[in-house]
Design a protein around this ligand. Structure first.
Ligand SMILES: C[S@@+](CC[C@H](N)C(=O)[O-])C[C@H]1O[C@@H](n2cnc3c(N)ncnc32)[C@H](O)[C@@H]1O
Length: 266
């Protein structure tokens, strides 16, 4: 590896994101469903189109797309999440693999998405370049990341984990590194994509009670790293404190969250 190369991350991230795959699929993944729906609407995903979700996780977006008649493919690092994706979409072409080296031919897809995934690649620019490579000329690509953290309630849940994580490598981008619109546009342009628009989708998180909220929040790969470093009770305590302001009178929780999507042409 030379000085400009960064390590690939699938081997590290796969086990972390797969550790509590069922909780992710049952509780946490659905918090982004409004974003998948908005992205498919904007990109005009239609019956018969070839569609790739890069970093497909447990496959909720693939399942929605397959329900609309798209011919779906997915790739992710986490074997346990992919097992759920394959259950949900038996007809899908679903691979365990690395975002920086997609197991698909050039110009294979009419539509490509990466929902909160490219930022986890060791080199996100290489990962997005791969998304462009596998998209047909003129195909649409959507990159989804966190919205701007200022004023976003869910940002306090992200912040709660920070003291419990091992120190990041120097200069490592934080979770909101691509949230600012200029940074997101520059990311896409550097990969050779033509930016069409940037749009935000409100996607509030609902949990019926505290145990469900804690199970959902424990299920991310980031939480798995924090649990390995600081222990599950420390993570639960941090999440409980951060959740407290969002408790409703019936004991449920409602937390405002926003996601930012960039739509581009390959
Ligand atoms: C925040 S989750 C998003 C999953 C899914 N898109 C969703 O919306 O639920 C990030 C996903 O990226 C995957 N991932 C992280 N690094 C990866 C890599 N280098 N190659 C392939 N997948 C990766 C993880 O396994 C995880 O499923």
């Amino acid at each position: 590896m030379n000085a400009t190369q960064k390590p690939r991350t699938a081997q590290v991230n796969g086990p972390l994101w797969g550790e509590r795959a069922r909780d992710w699929a049952d509780i946490q993944e659905g918090t982004c469903k409004p974003v998948y729906l908005a992205a498919f609407e904007r990109m005009g995903l239609r019956e018969g189109m070839t569609y790739l979700d890069a970093g497909c996780g447990a496959g909720m977006a693939l399942q929605i797309a397959a329900g609309r008649g798209a011919r779906v493919s997915g790739v992710d690092a986490a074997a346990n999440l992919l097992a759920i994706a394959r259950e949900r979409v038996p007809t899908g072409d679903i691979h365990q693999g690395e975002l920086e080296s997609l197991p698909f031919a050039d110009h294979a897809f009419d539509r490509v998405t990466g929902f909160n995934s490219f930022q986890y690649a060791g080199n996100p620019a290489v990962a997005l370049g791969e998304a462009r490579r596998v998209a047909k000329a003129g195909a649409e690509v959507v990159v989804m990341t966190w919205g701007e953290p200022e004023g976003m309630q869910a940002a306090s849940l992200v912040a709660a984990l920070k003291p419990l994580l091992p120190p990041p490598p120097p200069g490592a981008p934080g979770p909101f590194a691509m949230s600012a619109e200029p940074a997101l546009r520059a990311f896409a342009t550097a990969a050779g994509l033509e930016v069409l628009d940037v749009f935000d989708v409100a996607s509030p998180w609902h949990y019926p009670d505290l145990p469900t909220a804690l199970r959902g929040l424990r299920s991310s790969g980031v939480a798995a790293r924090a649990i390995a470093h600081a222990g599950e009770s420390a993570v639960d305590a941090a999440h409980s404190d951060a959740l407290a302001p969002f408790r409703q009178t019936d004991g449920s929780f409602r937390i405002g969250a926003n996601f930012r999507c960039l739509r581009a042409r390959a």
